[in-house]
Design a protein around this ligand. Structure first.
Ligand SMILES: O=P(O)(O)OC[C@H]1O[C@H](O[C@H]2O[C@H](CO)[C@@H](O)[C@H](O)[C@H]2O)[C@H](O)[C@@H](O)[C@@H]1O
Length: 384
């Protein structure tokens, strides 16, 4: 079957949207029962809209109820014109009832604009919020080996000495802590559903020390149940890996042969469908399952600002750095508050609520070291 309606992706090259690829392979798959296809396509179509209110990527099933093709609509002219104009912050020309401020990335580098950022923060307390995977550590095939470099760890230590600092991640806190190993930080694990303050990690006490907020604690038994089911169901898919992130789950398909993506997505969606209180979303080559509560990384950011005493303060300048769709919730909060800045870590153009970009974790490290250096120098001059 050919997909005549598929328009070429952004920049005519790579679209970092595995769901589109998944949908294409599903619609072309002869291995799947035809009856399963429409439901799966609907699921993927829903996932595509997640996090970003504008759905310029649309997957649809055909009217006869079978998925004979995947339609992907991308407005290339819009993208080209934005590239050509090379502005620092461009508003989307695609109408959106939900938010007019979603911008396609043509944002400047946070490194190039460092002085401007410092100028914006003048007289305010900088608070740093940092995503982990793809931001502090490079993306690697094995999620258990996503180590942070020694240099990054030293940088984080310095940053935390000068500014309140939080790691905001989809990982469970214990896992991310095993990578970061800095007790002086705040941690918002499980996509913000598990928030802890700085603790004395060497303490012999075990338990809930440092816990500030766990809005999804009632879901713990359900998440464990679904974890066990998913481990069992995905056993037959080589390369698939289910990760228990305490209040949410990740099903990784980075190491799964593309031909098996559709089958894996079907397995996962069939399981999640049995749990109406859970929802499915997508990250970087990962399907994420989490409680359907109104809580996300953006809410966690607000919660942490409040905990730090900056709920209604104009004297704070939050800097949030992240690479994933789930980080968009936090970028959006900062935009809506008109406070601080969001920095998207990406090498390719993406729709984002962030204002600046950095290319990869090594640039994130550079940016953070600039912040430390600036703080040291400015404190020194204040003392003179
Ligand atoms: O919020 P984050 O800190 O960005 O966590 C999001 C997910 O990150 C991890 O998965 C991603 O990184 C892995 C290691 O580089 C990579 O193998 C995988 O393909 C990526 O999706 C983590 O394993 C997930 O549990 C997090 O939800």
């Amino acid at each position: 079957m050919t997909n005549k309606n598929v328009v070429s992706p952004i920049g005519n090259s790579r679209v970092n949207n595995t769901l589109v690829e998944l949908a294409m392979s599903i619609s072309n798959s002869s291995a799947l029962p035809r009856a399963a296809v429409p439901g799966l396509m609907a699921l993927l179509g829903g996932l595509l809209g997640l996090g970003l209110p504008q759905k310029k990527l649309i997957i649809k099933t055909l009217e006869d109820g079978t998925a004979k093709g995947a339609t992907k609509v991308i407005n290339n002219t819009w993208i080209d014109s934005m590239r050509a104009s090379s502005p620092t912050r461009v508003k989307s020309t695609v109408p959106s009832s939900q938010n007019q401020d979603l911008t396609l990335w043509t944002h400047p580098s946070a490194l190039n604009m460092f002085d401007q950022i410092i100028y914006e923060s003048k007289g305010k307390q900088i608070v740093t919020f940092l995503d982990y995977d793809g931001t502090l550590s490079p993306i690697v095939a094995d999620p258990d080996k996503a180590y942070m470099s020694k240099k990054m760890r030293a940088t984080l230590k310095d940053i935390a000495r000068h500014f309140p600092t939080a790691i905001v991640t989809g990982r469970c806190i214990d896992k991310v802590y095993s990578f970061v190993r800095l007790a002086e930080l705040y941690y918002a694990g499980s996509h913000g559903m598990d928030i802890k303050g700085p603790t004395n990690r060497r303490s012999t006490k075990k338990g809930n020390e440092g816990v500030l907020f766990q809005p999804a604690s009632e879901f713990l038994p359900m998440i464990n149940e679904v974890y066990n089911i998913l481990v069992e169901k995905t056993k037959s898919v080589p390369g698939a890996k289910v990760e228990n992130n305490k209040f949410c789950l990740s099903v990784h398909f980075r190491c799964v042969d593309e031909k098996s993506w559709a089958a894996l997505a079907e397995q996962v969606s069939l399981v999640v469908n049995e749990y109406p209180k859970l929802r499915l979303s997508q990250g970087r080559k990962v399907l994420e399952i989490r409680p359907s509560i109104k809580w996300n990384k953006g809410k966690a950011l607000e919660f942490l600002l409040e905990s730090l005493g900056y709920a209604n303060s104009n004297n704070v300048f939050p800097i949030y750095i992240g690479d994933d769709r789930t980080d968009e919730d936090a970028f959006k909060v900062l935009r809506n508050r008109g406070q601080g800045i969001g920095i998207l870590v990406s090498k390719i153009p993406k729709e984002t609520y962030a204002s600046y970009t950095l290319q990869d974790p090594s640039e994130v490290g550079q940016f953070l070291r600039h912040l430390v250096e600036w703080k040291r120098t400015s404190s020194h001059y204040h003392k003179l």
